[in-house]
Design a protein around this ligand. Structure first.
Ligand SMILES: [Zn+2]
Length: 387
């Protein structure tokens, strides 16, 4: 079962979603400042005062995380980089954008988030100072904690460990200087994996309260240790995927769409039933793909993926036109596009096939199965048996 995100709001066409784990972040921050931070800094207040301070702090902290992501999204927009969505989760937020094709937008876009936190931090620090920088009023403590925390977030995010913002900044700079996106990614992602391992190790030492890693009392030590381990695992995982992805894309850049495409697949009409197109055909050719044409024009593509989506007992009721991916949804690619670009296009638009088109003429179709075949040959999908 997939956990569904909660839609918070849509801002400038960008959906901002809350992953259920984001409430854990809100809860943890609120609990931590209510029971540890504020009672230590501002003694002698009632527990309801600490609670009110903590609730305001929790929501303001949450808001800073959202603003950080909105800053990424806004800058992405100014560079015409498509933003899919913003997801807020336990570790902070993620702004999902389309791949950036140049180093400069990637650099500025990545800096925007930490810059937003730094700006919030300095504004709050200014407010705290203008209000007299008192030490006995709850408001001053809330402002001060939020200001310092935002500055710490800005600094933490700038650690050059991919996929954190700092790692993306580093990648963009290496990309700028070396001209190689892949080696820039490889280097930053290895730093990211290393940093992930450090967070996991520090988290374990903190949770078990090993000497030198003492943090307050047991509940705080355990929860912050666990959070550190989780962030470490998450960063390491994303960095490892980025390494694999860059190796895959590098391998696929050597192939052109025209080399791997299936030229002129069999043509069917939109009102043909799936039965004859699928029965006995799928067993012989599991990767079968049809062009669905009407009066010589491509109206859609029907591949084995789409056929298998329809239960077999319905094959004599559903037509090719109903099961196909309509042409309007397909993203045509040029014959001289690299297969790496074609795969990115398919990933982005969630497609199994793309038509290969030159000067308005449909030459053939490129499917994921063909690409998987190449990756298999290259050894990406095989695991050696040891022993
Ligand atoms: Zn960020």
């Amino acid at each position: 079962m997939r956990i569904k995100n909660l839609r918070l709001l849509t801002l400038f066409d960008v959906p901002i979603e809350l992953h259920p784990s984001s409430f854990l972040m809100l809860g943890f921050v609120t609990w931590w400042v209510a029971t540890v931070v504020y009672p230590e800094q501002l003694r002698g207040q009632s527990s309801s005062t600490y609670l009110i301070m903590a609730i305001i702090t929790g929501f303001a902290f949450f808001l800073s995380v959202v603003v950080h992501e909105i800053a990424h999204a806004v800058v992405a927009r100014t560079y015409a980089v498509e933003v899919r969505n913003i997801v807020i989760m336990i570790f902070g937020g993620i702004t999902q954008t389309r791949d950036v094709k140049e180093p400069w937008p990637e650099l500025v876009l990545s800096l925007a988030g930490p810059a937003a936190n730094a700006a919030i931090g300095f504004v709050l620090l200014g407010g705290w100072w203008l209000l007299g920088a008192g030490s006995s009023r709850p408001l001053d403590h809330v402002l001060y904690w939020l200001a310092v925390t935002n500055l710490i977030i800005a600094g933490f995010n700038l650690i050059p460990a991919f996929p954190m913002d700092g790692g993306r900044v580093l990648r963009a700079m290496l990309w700028l200087f070396t001209g190689s996106f892949h080696s820039a990614t490889t280097f930053s992602a290895w730093l990211g994996r290393g940093f992930g391992w450090i967070l996991i190790a520090v988290g374990i030492l903190t949770a078990f309260q090993v000497r030198g890693f003492l943090v307050h009392d047991t509940p705080v030590a355990i929860s912050s240790g666990v959070i550190s381990v989780l962030i470490g695992i998450f960063l390491e995982d994303v960095a490892r995927r980025a390494l694999l992805q860059t190796r895959v894309l590098q391998a696929l850049e050597k192939y052109l769409a025209i080399d791997l495409m299936l030229a002129r697949p069999p043509v069917v009409a939109p009102d043909d039933l799936l039965g004859p197109l699928a029965r006995e055909v799928l067993e012989l050719n599991p990767r079968v793909v049809y062009f669905v044409e009407e009066q010589g024009r491509l109206t859609g593509i029907l591949g084995s993926w789409q056929i298998r989506e329809v239960p077999e007992r319905k094959w004599d009721e559903v037509t090719a036109g109903e099961a196909m991916v309509p042409a309007a949804k397909l993203h045509a690619i040029r014959p001289d596009s690299t297969v790496a670009d074609a795969l990115k296009e398919m990933e982005h638009a969630d497609l199994t096939h793309v038509p290969v088109v030159s000067d308005g003429e449909v030459l053939g179709v490129l499917g994921r199965d063909r690409i998987l075949g190449v990756l298999y040959q290259k050894g990406f999908l095989r695991t050696a048996r040891v022993g």
